[in-house]
Design a protein around this ligand. Structure first.
Ligand code: GLY
Length: 327
């Protein structure tokens, strides 16, 4: 009995120590005290953990933030069981999986693809648009042709087992309603600073489940789903894209940091702006992540439940809960 009591006491002590250390760690990592924290990578939602691992391999060997944010989110795009990113994602109402992605680097170069079908890595096509064309955004069959012309493979037009099951269920009522925090609108957005202090960002998604065929969200739109200014910082968004598009959300977060706001406060202010422009704000979820030039990061969401994965030299890839406007 005594041993059991001791064990319970010890477990409680360990748990509170862990919680204390985690809080302390997050305070340390998010305040640079004038010293640049680098490298750092953060990405949205739990699938961010595996994506961060991919990015960290590059960042920890002095690779560029641009390579890291591309390779990082490719891990998520590769996962055919993921219902909101890549070809395993939930389809639109016509049963087609259509993908959106964007990427931006420290030189202000950017590229995106939207409404892209049957290509496994839209993020790499977005990078190619950025690096090999005079354009920023390619869509639909044009984006697919560009991908095929550049060596990408046309994948079969098949839904994943789970996506097919969910789609068949949805067809019974065919009701369209984005659901809060349920993985039907959970983009992966990733922002990073590398060992040289350069910033980049990426964003990739299959978009809202059961959307109208042809709908494009915030993720491929530079300044909405993701934005980088190497002098200031980087930001990305997740959630219902229409609400983010209305306020050019990620650009707004970066501009608020330029005005001197901390990453946390910039994300919070952007959510407040979003609320003022979207009367339906109680029915949707949106979350922002931000990273400034010092390597300090922040997050804020509309609804509780938004979380993100953070990897740095101090924090070895852990999940953190974002603060939110609604509790
Ligand atoms: N944020 C992803 C989308 O709305 O498509």
């Amino acid at each position: 009995m005594t041993t059991r009591r001791k064990f319970l006491k010890l477990s409680a002590l360990m748990a509170s120590l862990f919680a204390f250390n985690k809080t302390k760690a997050i305070e340390t990592i998010s305040k640079s005290n004038g010293k640049q924290i680098k490298p750092v990578v953060l990405s949205t939602w739990k699938h961010g953990l595996a994506a961060n691992e991919g990015a960290w391999k590059i960042l920890s060997s002095n690779g560029s933030a641009l390579d890291a944010v591309e390779k990082g989110v490719m891990v998520t795009e590769d996962d055919f069981t993921n219902l909101s990113v890549g070809l395993g994602g939930l389809p639109d109402r016509d049963g087609c999986v259509t993908l959106d992605a964007s990427i931006m680097d420290e030189k202000g170069r950017c590229g995106g693809v939207a409404f892209l079908e049957r290509i496994k890595h839209p993020i790499s096509v977005a990078r190619l648009v950025m690096e090999k064309t005079a354009h920023v955004l390619l869509v639909g069959s044009g984006a697919q042709k560009f991908a095929l012309d550049n060596g990408f493979k046309l994948e079969p037009k098949t839904l994943s087992t789970e996506a097919e099951k969910a789609y068949k269920e949805w067809l019974k009522k065919s009701e369209y309603k984005p659901m809060i925090n349920i993985e039907n609108h959970d983009t992966i957005g990733m922002i990073a600073i590398d060992a040289n202090g350069n910033l980049s960002g990426s964003c990739t998604t299959s978009g809202l489940a059961y959307k109208i065929h042809g709908r494009v969200g915030d993720s491929p739109i530079i300044g909405a789903g993701m934005y980088v200014d190497n002098e200031v910082g980087a930001a990305c968004a997740t959630g219902v894209g229409e609400t983010v598009l209305r306020i050019c959300g990620s650009h707004l977060v970066v501009e608020l940091m330029r005005q001197g706001l901390s990453p946390d406060d910039a994300c919070k202010k952007a959510v407040e702006r979003l609320i003022s422009k979207n009367p339906n704000y109680k029915e949707v979820q949106v979350g922002f992540l931000a990273l400034n030039k010092n390597g300090e990061h922040g997050a804020y969401a509309l609804q509780k439940g938004f979380n993100y994965a953070l990897y740095s030299n101090e924090i070895k890839n852990q999940m953190f809960d974002s603060k939110s406007f609604l509790q």
